[in-house]
Design a protein around this ligand. Structure first.
Ligand code: NAI
Length: 304
C-alpha cells in the first residue's frame, strides 16, 4: 500500500511513524517546507531499521511524487494555540486545503482520503466538494481521537485494563462533541455498573476539554492523533471493517444532510462501507444537532 501524508509537521510525522509501526505500507511525507519531510523520513527509517520493520518512508516537496497513492492523509495546516477553539482556524486552514486540493485533484483518482486538518468536519466537507469524490472515499479523523481520550478517563477511574474498555464518541470534533456512555462499556458491561452518574458526567466534560489542556501544557497534541490516523488506515488497508466513528458526509442519516459530522461507520477496503445509525435519546440528539448547526455555519462561511 502507498500512503501519502500531506503535511509533515508534528501530527503528520506521528501518523507516518504509527503507520509504519503497524506495518501498513510505504509512506510518502510531503510538505512545503524544504528539508522537513526528508529529515522526518530519515529519522523514522532509522527507528524502523532497529525494529526490523521493512516499510519505507520518503520525504518530498513535490506533489507529483504522490501519484498512485492508495491512501492520502491531509494534515497540513496550522494548529490552535492555547485559548483558541478549532473553529478559529477555519479561514486559514480552508485556504491551505483549497490550495492542496487543487494540486492533488488529478493525482487522487482511486485513493481514499483522510482529512485531519482542523476544524476537521468543515475541512472534510470542503475536501469532498473540491475533489468531487464519492462520500465513501473522503472522511475526517476526529472522534477516533476523542474516543481514545474517553477510554483513558474510564481506565483511570475504574483501573480496568485499557483493552477491556470500549467507547463511542460521535458528533462535532469540537465544542459540541458527543461522548456516548450508553454505547460504551467494559467488556460489554454498561459503564453505569462501575461509574456513578457524577463520575460519568465528569468523564464527558473531561473528554471535551482535555485536548485544550494538552495544548496548553505542550503546545500540540501529537501521539494520540498519529495513532488514531493509523488505526483508520489499518482498518482500510487490512479491510478490517472496524466499527469506528469518522466524519462522514450525511445524506439523511441522523436527520442531517449536506454536512460532515462524526458518526459510527464500517471502515474497510472501500472506505466508508456503511454508516451505522444509533437511536439517540433527546439530550444526545440535541447535542448532535448543535454540532450540525455549528458545522453548517462554518461551511456557509467557506462558500463552496
Ligand atoms: P504543524 O504546524 O506541526 O504541521 C503542519 C505542517 O503543514 C507544517 O509542516 C507546514 O509546513 C505544513 N503545510 C502548511 N501548508 C502546507 C501546504 N500547502 N502543503 C503542504 N504542507 C503544508 O501542525 P500539527 O500539529 O501537525 O497539526 C496539523 C493540523 O492537524 C492542524 O490543523 C491541527 O489542528 C490538526 N489536528 C487535528 C486533529 C484531529 O483530531 N482532527 C488532531 C491534532 C491536530
Amino acid at each position: 500500500m502507498n500512503i501519502t501524508v500531506v503535511g509533515s509537521g508534528k501530527v503528520g510525522a506521528s501518523a507516518a511513524l504509527n503507520s509504519c509501526l503497524r506495518k501498513l505500507g510505504d509512506v510518502l511525507l510531503l510538505d512545503i517546507v524544504k528539508g522537513l519531510p526528508q529529515g522526518e523520513a530519515l529519522d523514522i527509517n532509522h527507528q524502523l531499521s532497529e525494529l526490523g520493520i521493512d516499510c519505507s518512508v520518503r520525504g518530498s516537496n513535490e506533489y507529483a511524487d504522490m501519484k498512485g497513492s492508495d491512501i492520502i492523509v491531509l494534515v497540513a495546516g496550522v494548529g490552535r494555540k492555547p485559548g483558541m477553539t478549532r473553529m478559529d482556524l477555519l479561514t486559514t486552514n480552508a485556504n491551505i486545503i483549497k490550495e492542496i486540493a487543487t494540486k492533488i485533484r488529478s493525482l487522487v483518482s482511486r485513493a481514499i482520503v483522510i482529512v485531519v486538518t482542523n476544524p476537521v468536519d468543515p475541512m472534510t466537507y470542503l475536501t469532498l466538494k473540491l475533489l468531487g469524490t464519492g462520500r465513501s472515499r473522503v472522511m475526517g479523523m476526529g472522534n477516533m481521537l476523542d474516543l481514545s481520550r474517553f477510554k483513558s478517563f474510564i481506565h483511570e477511574i475504574t483501573g480496568f485494563s485499557r483493552g477491556s474498555i470500549s467507547a463511542m464518541v460521535i458528533g462535532e470534533h469540537g465544542e459540541n462533541m458527543l461522548p456516548l456512555p450508553r454505547f460504551s462499556s467494559a467488556a460489554g458491561i454498561p459503564l453505569t455498573t462501575f461509574l456513578s452518574p457524577e463520575q460519568i458526567l465528569t468523564t464527558l466534560e473531561s473528554t471535551r476539554k482535555i485536548a485544550a489542556e494538552v495544548i496548553s501544557l505542550k503546545g500540540a497534541t501529537i501521539h494520540a492523533p498519529g495513532n488514531a490516523i493509523a488505526a483508520m488506515i489499518e482498518s482500510i488497508v487490512r479491510d478490517r471493517k472496524s466499527l469506528i466513528p469518522v466524519s462522514a458526509l450525511l445524506d439523511g442519516e441522523y436527520g442531517a444532510s449536506d454536512v460532515c459530522l462524526g458518526v459510527p461507520v464500517i471502515l474497510g477496503a472501500n472506505g466508508i462501507e456503511k454508516i451505522v445509525e444509533l437511536e439517540l435519546d433527546s439530550l444526545e440528539k440535541d447535542m448532535f444537532d448543535r454540532g450540525v448547526r455549528s458545522v453548517k455555519t462554518a461551511i456557509n462561511e467557506l462558500h463552496v
